[in-house]
Design a protein around this ligand. Structure first.
Ligand SMILES: [Zn+2]
Ligand SMILES: [Zn+2]
Length: 291
């Protein structure tokens, strides 16, 4: 299992590779542009080439891009729609440039409109963004269960995947599961049995081939709280015991996993946290009687 951290892009793409090395990440996540600003970061083709060349020969095997939080694919506001589409298309093109495994997206918020209308608008925008880019996939992240958000359960995410895959093809769509959001929604991610049930549900409703990314975050809140507050791995309600079970689920082993915890000094996960996740996975596999 490729394990790593969300890292900052400040200083440029080559700095990203330094941070991947520092944190011993086999997989990383980055933002395609500054997460609280609309202005897209300009990259030249040479930046992408330099990144791919420098990454070759390092331990880094998978890069995922997280969409900025400002966008809302379900919006009914024309200006918001234009900006959301532009940012998402930009992220997908960056993904094409650096060879990312996908762009992780929160499919949208209803605001004051009906679920059906919001869903229809989101699907139209997502299809446009896919058409404006080459091959980088869109990966829908599971939410913490708020009824205000699209993708509130796996049935809805399955529907989004199906309706955006009609033209782009299923290889360009996927699912990202976040351990903290699953816990907030009410899933038991802390026992071998609970995690097996979760994997069964994903297999039945979406298909394991669509499971493309995992976010590893502990939770500051109780199971079923619908609250999305990340805690350091092992320091929250999921705990070390929980991550041993979650990380050792056999059906998750081929999926790149990154942590988005605050980290020491708020700078994101460090080397110690990445190595802790690796150790908990090994201990979990051992407890199951495997490698
Ligand atoms: Zn996440
Ligand atoms: Zn979260």
């Amino acid at each position: 299992m490729l394990i790593g951290a969300h890292v900052s892009t400040s200083g440029g793409l080559l700095k990203v590779l330094e941070r991947a090395q520092e944190t011993t990440s086999d997989a990383i996540q980055i933002f395609s542009q500054s997460p609280r600003m609309w202005r897209p970061t300009k990259y030249a083709d040479e930046d992408f080439t330099a990144f791919r060349e420098a990454a070759r020969g390092t331990r880094l095997q998978a890069v995922m891009i997280h969409m900025i939080y400002l966008i809302n694919p379900a919006t009914d506001d024309p200006e918001m729609r234009r900006k959301s589409l532009e940012s998402l298309s930009h992220a997908l093109r960056v993904g094409d440039g650096i060879g990312a495994i996908g762009v992780v997206v929160h499919p949208g918020a209803l605001k004051t409109d009906t679920r059906a209308n919001a869903k229809r608008r989101a699907i139209a925008l997502l299809n446009e963004a896919l058409a404006e880019s080459e091959s980088c996939p869109i990966i829908y992240e599971n939410t913490a269960g708020s009824p205000q958000l699209l993708g509130r359960d796996f049935d809805e995410t399955a529907e989004l995947i199906e309706k955006t895959a009609t033209r782009a093809g299923p290889e360009r769509l996927g699912l990202c599961i976040d351990s903290c959001h699953l816990h907030a929604t009410g899933y038991d991610v802390t026992t071998v049995e609970g995690v097996a049930e979760l994997a069964d549900e994903i297999e039945a409703k979406i298909g394991l081939e669509q499971l493309r990314a995992i976010h590893l975050n502990d939770s500051r809140d109780a199971r079923g709280s619908n609250r999305d507050r990340h805690a350091a791995i092992g320091k929250g309600e999921i705990g070390r015991r929980g991550f041993r079970a979650f990380l050792s689920e056999l059906r998750f082993q081929g999926v790149p996993a990154v942590s988005e915890t605050p980290g020491p000094g708020g700078k994101g996960p460090d080397k110690a946290e990445v190595q802790l996740m690796r150790r908990l996975r090994r201990e979990g596999l051992k407890a199951r009687g495997g490698g």
